[in-house]
Ligand binder design. Structure first.
Ligand code: NDP
Length: 447
């Protein structure tokens, strides 16, 4: 029998890789994990976690303003970007250390250098050392997709946004997906003038139309600008450091920061995958239901496979890989009813099918909505209305989709997703007595 240096070599210490490595080691495998940047990956280092902390920080702008209506004498408050930035980065450092400690305590060898595949059972490290492994797991994640045009090098991405030396007064964001809408809210609440340049005429493709329309309406009401059907032509840095942006149509703009939020592409470049015989599809590692690539000893989980680019999905895939291969417990990820949230201001939460998707799948659907002003907004004198929408299969009355925009939507949808995933009907929601006064009670009162 061939003996390898390791039973498992993981490339990439992000959400999927860390879970797979840690659990495989707990199952008794000899595991090493290589990371070229920082243990924790996108989610912990420059994604979900620091972003959510900025969302919290940003929301104080509204809370402080609203507090006056709730009787608090709030003086005019100034926002200090470097203080929030540094506190957030310190929290990222803490989590980075915690992830490393977890790997150490599970006896996973952490190798802080770039690793590439040198063969079906061989990995080459940046230092030149070559190691062997019974199985190799690619968990290298994804990276922001850049746009290329004259001066595009002046734009930043979500990789750099957490480190900005100063808060830009005028921000132009390319894209209208998750990152664009989340950072539009963050920058706007901090006091920046924000514009989104959108290549088409829609924001948040994939979300329910009514919910998207509501976010657009609220965002525009707050003063966030949208330029639809807009294609970049050039960015020119001016002598005062500002950026002159030209488009193929319409007026040019002068801003202090351009940020690309135009999707994320799998990190497979230069990894030696194709040379080793691994089939890629649109740059992503093509895997089967068991995360196995076209090379039997090479597996992949998370964003590098471009299935569902969400942290909890990568974690599930890493866990399933470890349990299947080293735990003697074959497990497959169920991709049905994955809840998601956009941490915009206000946030969106969704699970299951949109009304359009449900009509296509079931033909006849019943839709229930609740369009209301949360009581906190009423007293605060804030006009923002929440919208909840329930989509049911007309034949069975089963809830096949839930969509909401309003305060705490992410928190509410996580709980409601259990009911949708369990296949409950509208009657089951109606049978549940409302918890008053909450926003979530609307879920059981929908007409
Ligand atoms: P999204 O896929 O959400 O949005 C990409 C946006 O960029 C869309 O508006 C898209 O337009 C536009 N776009 C794509 N290509 C181009 C191009 N060549 N030129 C101009 N515009 C373009 O990607 P994000 O970058 O916002 O986020 C990446 C992924 O990360 C998300 O898909 C999500 O899976 C994950 N994520 C999840 C978060 C969460 O769970 N809260 C938060 C942040 C990220 P069009 O609609 O026309 O395609």
């Amino acid at each position: 029998m061939t003996t390898y240096d390791y039973d498992l070599f993981v490339i990439g210490a992000g959400s999927g890789g860390v879970r797979a490595g840690r659990v495989s080691a707990a199952h008794g495998a000899r595991v090493a994990i290589a990371e070229e940047y920082r243990v924790g990956g996108t989610c912990v280092i420059r994604g979900c976690v620091p972003k959510k902390l900025l969302v919290y920080g940003a929301h104080f702008a509204e809370d402080l303003a609203d507090a006056r209506r709730f009787g608090w004498n709030v003086p005019d408050c100034a926002f200090d970007w470097p203080r929030l930035r540094d506190n957030v980065l310190a929290e990222v450092d803490r989590l980075n250390a915690a992830y490393t400690t977890t790997l150490d305590s599970h006896k996973v060898e952490v190798i802080l250098e770039r690793a590439e595949v040198a063969g079906p059972n061989e990995v080459r490290l940046a230092s030149g050392r070559t190691v062997t492994a019974g199985r190799i797991l690619i968990a290298t994640g994804a990276t922001p997709q850049l746009l290329h045009f004259p001066g595009s090098e002046h734009a930043i991405t979500s990789n750099e946004v957490f480190h900005l030396p100063t808060l830009p007064k005028r921000v132009l964001i390319a894209g209208a997906g998750y990152i664009a809408n989340e950072f539009a809210g963050i920058f706007h609440e901090f006091g920046s003038a924000v514009t989104l340049a959108v290549r088409g005429d829609a924001i948040l493709r994939g979300y329910d139309q009514q919910i998207r329309d509501r976010l657009l309406q609220i965002s525009m009401g707050k003063g966030i600008q949208f330029r639809f059907n807009t294609v970049f032509k050039s960015i020119e840095k001016q002598s005062d450091g500002s950026l002159l942006v030209e488009f193929t149509t319409g007026e040019p703009m002068t801003v202090d920061c351009v940020m690309f939020a135009t999707g994320r592409v799998p990190c497979t470049d230069g990894l030696g995958l194709e040379e080793a015989g691994v089939v890629l599809e649109n740059g992503a590692v093509k895997v089967d239901d068991d995360n196995q690539s076209s090379v039997p000893s090479i597996y992949a989980v998370g964003d590098v496979t471009n299935r569902v680019q969400l942290t909890p999905v990568a974690i599930r895939e890493g866990q399933a890989f470890a349990d299947t291969i080293f735990g003697g417990k074959p497990t497959r990820v169920d991709y049905g009813c994955i809840p998601s949230a956009v941490f915009s201001h206000p946030p969106i939460g969704a699970v299951g099918l949109t009304e359009g998707q449900a009509k296509e799948k079931y033909g006849a659907v019943r839709v229930y909505t609740s369009d209301f002003r949360p009581m906190k907004n009423v007293l605060a004198g804030r006009n923002e209305r929440a919208l909840y929408k329930m989509v049911c299969d007309a034949a069975s009355n089963r809830v096949v989709g839930l969509h909401m925009i309003g305060p705490e939507s992410g928190e509410i949808i996580q709980v409601a997703a259990v009911a949708v995933k369990a296949g409950l009907t509208k009657d089951a929601f109606d049978d549940t007595i409302a918890l008053h006064p909450t926003m979530a009670e609307e879920l059981v009162l929908m007409k």
